[in-house]
Design a protein around this ligand. Sequence first.
Ligand code: NAD
Length: 257
Amino acid sequence: MYPIDLTGKKGIIFGVANDRSIAWGIAQMLGEAGARLALTYQNDRVKGRVTRLADTLDDAISLPCDATDDSQIADVFSQVGDTFGGISFLVHSIAFAQREDLTGRFADTSREGFQIALEVSAYSLIPLVRHAADLMPDGGSVVTLTFHASQRVYPGYNVMGTAKAALEHSVRQLASEFGPQGVRVNAISAGPLETLAARGIDGFRDMKRLHAETAPLKRNITVDEVATTALFLCSGLSSGITGSVIPVDAGYHIMAV
Ligand code: NAD
């Protein structure tokens, strides 16, 4: 238990697929801190798993949401509004690119592959923040997940690097537009973690090893380290922070060689 109390706070977490998902690590941490949570799942394939995980939390609900479907997004916020009243935080932990676009040359990315990756991994944040702000009359906090490939070239990460660059700039634009109503929008740039999404990236294991060797802390990070940062960002302790990309990467991003 960490000394941040979210008792009485409510929020939605998008992006739990299984118990290795970063979103699940964050859900557990925020749940332990006393928050009431709504978890969303992408489709029926993961419904059972996510519902079972939600059942282990205190009073959580789970709802379907494919982030490419505007009506499912609207339904989530309408149901959360009915059940919770308002919310004070939202976690966006969603990304997808076709397997063929995470291998070979970036130059060979198809038009369709580019559209899919950018829509799911970057655009999806925009409607989520717009809807969330309506349920945050007293302000709130939105946290998304990004990766250093937004700034530097990681062979294999390909179009997902482009998507993360778009996501990070969307964070700044949304932070600017929703700041006046007290809604903060930030990103955590996490170091490599072995999850379902990571498995799709060509050369991920080697990249993870290189991170550990190069990072000032000489190790990889843990999901808990991302989750505690999310806990801080969802709490009032981070009230002065918005529009930021916060690296949780054992310091890897400062190194040149
Ligand atoms: P994960 O596979 O557990 O999570 C990805 C989630 O995206 C899944 O829950 C999946 O259902 C969801 N998703 C994909 N398409 C969707 C759609 N159309 N609608 C709704 N949901 C959809 O993997 P993860 O590593 O926990 O990824 C979470 C986030 O963290 C991603 O944004 C990822 O890019 C980011 N991230 C991961 C790492 C890492 O090394 N694992 C590092 C930095 C950032």
